[in-house]
Design a protein around this ligand. Structure first.
Ligand code: ATR
Length: 275
């Protein structure tokens, strides 16, 4: 039987994950089936268990289930434990015996770092500002700190949340948390991990945010640049949206399931054209 995978979300209709994984499967010659499943809001673990009983071998998890997925795992990677969230579920064992285990990982941060590297951004020794302190930001801090930046500031509308986040990760490197009012710059890289772009809003930021060759990254993407990226471009920063992060996190999930690396460049190119 063909191994089955899926992405769980709610809503899930417009997910790009099925076409990304179909492309990876074709590239690597892996015979898999990958579908999108809308899980009920009040029973994520039940939906996952039913999928496993029907032959499911692994899954991606997106909004709003990443914290629920965390709670259905037998084994967690250290970065998933830190993130408090899981976007990749992997089954070990054959899934039909009683001894299989559910492994949870989060590949979002690896995806972000790989996309930044692909763009030629030097992370080692960089002064990095991350905007936001929600689940999306929590999921990327460990891989970012592992790149040995000179400094990492997390700034959030609610300052206390950024301070708490910085405290949680302070054993991994130089990280501070603050409100937007305590952002000064210059920074070599500014990453927007707030959901402000969704509502077309812009966090209140000083004009002096960017160093001369700085990059601005928005974890969101769309056919048009986000309001944050338009603002950054007008201040001389090189801009990058989150489409590459989406493809790279998927490639890492695929690797965990199938042990094969995919060529992300053509998949990203095709996806970009389809926006
Ligand atoms: P996600 O899973 O996408 O991170 P979340 O956990 O709800 O979603 O976090 C949303 C983040 O976007 C938070 O950092 C939030 O700031 P608060 O903690 O102060 O709520 C931030 N955010 C949402 N709308 C915003 C806006 N209009 N301006 C600035 N920050 C905003």
């Amino acid at each position: 039987m063909t191994d089955r995978y899926c992405v769980f979300g709610h809503p899930i209709g417009h997910s790009k994950s099925p076409s990304i994984h179909a492309a990876f499967a074709e590239q690597t010659g892996e015979a898999i089936e990958y579908t999108a499943i809308e899980a009920p809001l009040d029973d994520f673990c039940g939906a996952w268990q039913r999928f496993v009983a029907a032959g499911g071998r692994g899954a991606n998890v997106t909004v709003p289930f990443k914290e629920d997925a965390f709670r259905c795992c037998d084994v967690l990677s250290t970065r998933a434990r830190r993130a408090g969230a899981v976007n990749t579920l992997v089954l070990s064992g054959n899934g039909k015996s009683s001894d299989f285990k559910v492994h949870g990982d989060t590949t979002d941060g690896v995806g972000l770092v790989r996309d930044l590297v692909r763009h030629g951004v030097a992370l080692e020794g960089a002064r990095i500002l991350v905007l936001g302190a929600g689940g999306a930001v929590r999921g990327v801090l460990e891989p970012l700190l592992a790149q040995a930046p000179q400094s990492l500031q997390v700034a959030n509308r609610t300052a206390a949340k950024a301070e708490a986040l910085a405290h949680d990760f302070s054993d991994l490197g130089a990280i501070i948390g603050s409100g937007f009012e305590d952002v000064q710059g210059p920074f070599d890289l500014v990453i927007n991990g707030t959901s402000a772009s969704l509502s077309g809003e812009l966090p209140p930021l000083p004009d002096t945010l960017f160093s001369p060759s700085a990059g601005a990254y928005d974890m969101m993407y769309g056919a048009e640049p986000t309001v944050f990226l338009r603002w950054a471009a007008a201040r001389g920063a090189g801009t990058m949206d989150g489409l590459g992060m989406l493809v790279e996190q998927a490639a890492e999930s695929f690797f965990q399931w199938r042990g094969k690396r995919s060529d992300t460049a053509p998949v990203l190119e095709r996806l970009r054209r389809s926006l």
